[in-house]
Design a protein around this ligand. Structure first.
Ligand code: PEP
Ligand code: MG
Length: 502
């Protein structure tokens, strides 16, 4: 039987249903506080081991998420709340579940959407601790598994007991962590389905739909699709040397968005001409002070090493919003405005970028630019006329000031993720916001205005938001005159193939 949901991660997968939410009824252990703490320790250790293994495979984004969840398992507030429940007479597993639920509920009601989103992660950690207290997380179903849950979390994919062929979650959207991890791991994911199939039932996840108990024909079709996807990946990899040009000869420069050495190496291996966006803030999200010049050099050097001789577009710190380290708590400025409020720290980063990028064709890029004055202020601090300085266009105020910004900057890069959110009045994490939201008329019109302004001032315009890799939006961007697209390393082959068909 076919059920239709909302697509979260593409692909076709065939496996057996396993409900991750169905744990043994509570009340299994009358253990003491030490057992509850031991369970949270075990969860943290398992997640850290998983993170290390993922990092070894070059899967940094899922590894970061597993590490964040390990930090939640270490959270003193959560652990103390569970211990208090035990002291009040609750069995250990009930105590872990109740403490996690109460903490998650508190987070979910906070006005900050980034914190509210953590509620899912807290519940996942609580469920893991309950499973440990009840004797492990072994599935009774032989893999590959189709994971089914009311609200799947990233760690359900990361820490599954067997190979995961697909996943189905009632709650969540394309920007949820579970969807980011699913795309990175290549696990097809569907949202919005409340599934009542028994554990062990054969199921196919396919795009936006789920088939439970498929016919022989449906099963054969799924297997054929999975084989074809593998063959396609292999065939596209062979075409890496071919030019990224449309059939009528319009050449597109393909760059990559990177933040780790592995991603930079993967980008070069997949034929990127360089990096169109190096995100520099990610190593410093737990910082207790502005990073020093030495901190920046240490973080950047290994990322830029694989890019020697190629374009390396290094973005200055994009702190703010949901990327705010503890020392900036309560700060309302974001992006370049926040950096300009601490000019010594910004100057230190600019020096570090020039040092670390000496072997690359270096460019510096400013996030969330609002005015030409900001570009000019940063140019003074950069104090290096030979390094091109670009502005990211991702706010309505930048669209309003596009003429002056295009004049002041050496190049423009459209951050379609933030631009779509800000122009459509949606939070960046709203489930309704997807890479394809850049095709909304209001966003396309703004992109067209940026391309036109770049043209008038002879300044190149690129797109480095996720829309650049979206098959429904990339042709529109090229049609509007964008000649540079910067995409995740894993998307390079598909985007090149798409361009070659236009
Ligand atoms: C964007 O906003 O589109 C972008 C590329 O920047 P980030 O995703 O890092 O905010
Ligand atoms: Mg942005």
């Amino acid at each position: 039987m076919r059920h239709l949901g909302t697509p979260g991660a593409p692909g076709v997968g065939l496996g057996r249903v396993w409900h991750v939410d169905r744990v043994v009824p509570a009340g299994g252990g009358l253990a003491g506080p030490g057992d509850v703490l031991g369970a949270f320790d075990a969860v943290a250790a398992r997640l850290r081991a998983r993170a290390e293994a993922l990092r070894g495979d070059g899967l940094d984004e899922p590894a970061d998420i597993a590490e964040t969840m390990a930090l939640i398992a270490d959270d003193p507030d959560l652990r103390e709340a569970a211990v208090a429940e035990v002291r009040a007479g609750q069995p250990a597993d009930t105590a872990a579940r109740v403490a996690a639920e109460r903490y998650a509920t508190m987070l979910a009601t906070l006005p900050d959407p980034a914190l509210a989103e953590r509620a899912t992660d807290v519940r996942q950690v609580g469920r893991r601790a309950v499973a440990v207290l009840q004797g492990g997380v072994a599935s009774t179903v032989e893999g590959p598994l189709v994971l089914v849950g009311r609200e799947l979390g990233a760690d359900d994919l990361l820490d599954a007991p067997d190979e995961v062929a697909g996943a189905v979650s009632l709650l969540g959207g394309p920007n949820a962590h579970v969807a980011i991890v699913a795309r990175a791991l290549g696990v097809p994911l569907v949202f919005g389905l409340d599934l009542d199939a028994p554990d062990g039932a054969l199921a196919i996840v396919d795009g936006a739909s789920l088939i439970v108990g498929p016919s022989d024909g449906e099963r054969d079709a799924a297997l054929a699709a999975m084989r074809a996807a593998g063959e396609r990946r292999a065939a596209l990899a062979v075409e890496r040397e071919l030019p990224a040009a449309t059939r009528d000869g319009r050449a597109i420069t393909l760059l990559a968005n990177v933040s780790t050495p592995d991603e930079a190496a993967a980008a070069v291996a997949a034929g990127a001409a360089g990096a169109g966006l190096v995100r520099t803030e990610l190593p410093f999200l737990a910082a207790t002070a502005w990073p020093t010049e030495a901190d920046h050099v240490a973080a950047l050097r290994p990322v830029l090493a694989p890019l020697a001789g190629r374009v390396a577009t290094v973005r200055t710190l994009d702190f703010g919003g949901d990327k705010l380290p503890p020392f900036l708590d309560g700060q309302s400025l974001r992006g370049v405005a926040l950096s300009l409020s601490a000019p010594d720290a910004l100057a230190a980063q600019l020096r570090a970028i020039r040092l670390a990028g000496a072997d690359t064709s270096l460019r510096v890029m400013l996030p969330l630019v609002e005015s030409a004055e900001q570009v000019r202020g940063c140019r003074e601090l950069l104090a290096s006329p030979s390094v091109p300085l670009g502005a990211m266009i991702e706010l309505p105020s930048a669209i309003d000031a596009i003429e002056a910004i295009a004049e002041a900057a050496d190049f423009l890069s459209i951050g379609s993720n933030d631009l779509s959110a800000s122009l459509l009045g949606l939070d960046r994490r709203d489930p309704r916001l997807t890479p394809a939201s850049a095709a909304e008329p209001a966003v396309l019109q703004a992109i067209a205005a940026v391309v036109a302004a770049g043209g008038r001032h002879g300044k190149p315009v690129s797109v480095c938001g996720d829309a650049a890799a979206d098959p429904s939006v990339a042709p529109l961007l090229i049609g509007l005159g964008c000649t540079v697209l910067s995409v995740a390393p894993s998307a390079l082959d598909e985007v090149r193939a798409l361009i070659r068909m236009l």
